[in-house]
Design a protein around this ligand. Structure first.
Ligand SMILES: [Mn+2]
Length: 355
């Protein structure tokens, strides 16, 4: 098992690469989507019915190129780190795959091009979230130990998604007024099947693993749209839809723990035993969706040590990263939260090595 840190685009700095190494990380996961246009806005806060979400999507005509990926990889490597995964696709590049819209064929080609560029650059995993609303309805407050600010949920978000938006970002600010029509669960699964059918063969050729994040927050319906993986068993349905070593999971323990069905330890065992974890998001939580609070890694419903022990027993050899963490009261709330979680993981992993 290897330790990693997830970094947003505006955080890809020498200081943060050194910070990752200083915390004992050997890997990074990179978000290339430019949420809030380098503004570093608050990804943890999505008021119910948000119209602007995480800001404008990127340039639809500018895909992540081999040159761009390669240059960033070299920089990451120069700090003694490996680039394990890109997390999330830009809605500008693939919104009509999610929406089954008029540009679907072109947008499937976009994803294939990105996968090929990643393979050539040597980035092994593409994390994605096949969700129309994306994250919505979360609240923020002093919910964690000692009054640390963390996120939670107090019920769902039933507001419709405005036209021109998808996955919490605006891809067309000039879209006509109105909302994205609701679809059925069957239609959503068909869209995922079309995506996997088109992209998995290219991923196999390119040596890139597609890794699906479960629905966050895990609810069967959000913003009047159905969801895919809102119970643990639905991950199996996703895997079985297109059997391939390149069809795998961005395994989010926090999201899985928020689901109303299943036992988190059995779920971790079920999927890690199959070798289906491309990488792991670790965080802890109290409660179940849509009523939960995020907590420090050592302080929620989940026994994180037990989760890591199961991963170790099943020979999981991939990367674990802290997902989000409560923010700690100091000059660097995000960094302190990450360092706390990474220190916990580091100690557990060292314990495994010495036994
Ligand atoms: Mn996650």
């Amino acid at each position: 098992m290897k330790l990693g840190l997830g970094l947003y685009r505006h955080m890809l700095t020498p200081e943060n690469f050194r910070f990752a190494r200083q915390c004992g990380c050997t890997h990074v996961i990179v978000h290339l989507v430019d949420y809030f246009h380098q503004g570093g806005g608050d990804l943890q806060n999505q008021p119910v019915g948000s119209k602007s979400g995480w800001g404008r999507a990127g340039d639809p005509n500018r895909l992540w190129s081999y040159e761009e990926l390669s240059a960033l990889k070299q920089e990451i490597n120069s700090y003694g780190l490996e680039w394990h995964a890109i997390e999330n696709l830009d809605p500008a590049h693939w919104h009509d795959v999610l929406l089954d819209g008029p540009k679907k064929a072109q947008h499937l080609e976009n994803v294939k091009t990105i996968v090929r560029n990643m393979g050539r650059a040597g980035i092994p995993v593409l994390g994605y979230n096949f969700s129309l609303p994306g994250v919505a309805g979360r609240i923020q407050g002093p919910f964690a130990r000692g009054g640390a600010v963390s996120v939670g949920m107090n019920g769902t978000d039933d507001t419709p998604i405005p036209n021109g938006s998808i996955w919490n970002m605006v891809y067309d600010p000039d879209a006509p007024p109105g909302n994205v029509p609701s679809i059925t669960s069957e239609q959503l699964w068909q869209r995922l099947a079309d995506f996997l059918e088109a992209v998995v063969p290219v991923a196999e050729e390119a040596g890139v693993t597609l890794a699906a994040h479960p629905d966050d927050p895990p609810l069967p319906v959000l913003r009047q749209q159905p969801r895919l993986v809102y119970q643990p068993r639905l991950y199996q349905k996703l895997i079985d839809l297109k059997p391939s070593p390149r069809n795998a999971l961005e395994f989010c323990v926090g999201t899985l723990a928020e689901m109303t069905e299943g036992n988190i330890y059995e779920v971790v065992d079920q999927y890690s035993r199959q070798g289906k974890l491309a990488y792991v998001h670790m965080r802890n939580v109290n409660g179940k969706a849509p009523h939960y609070r995020e907590t420090f890694i050592d302080d929620g419903d989940v026994n994180a040590l037990r989760v890591l022990e199961i991963l170790q027993q099943n020979h999981f050899d991939g990367v674990i990263i802290p997902d989000h963490t409560p923010q700690m009261d100091c000059g660097a709330p995000w960094h302190a939260g990450m360092a706390f979680a990474l220190g916990y993981f580091r100690a557990v992993l060292q314990g495994f090595q010495s036994t």
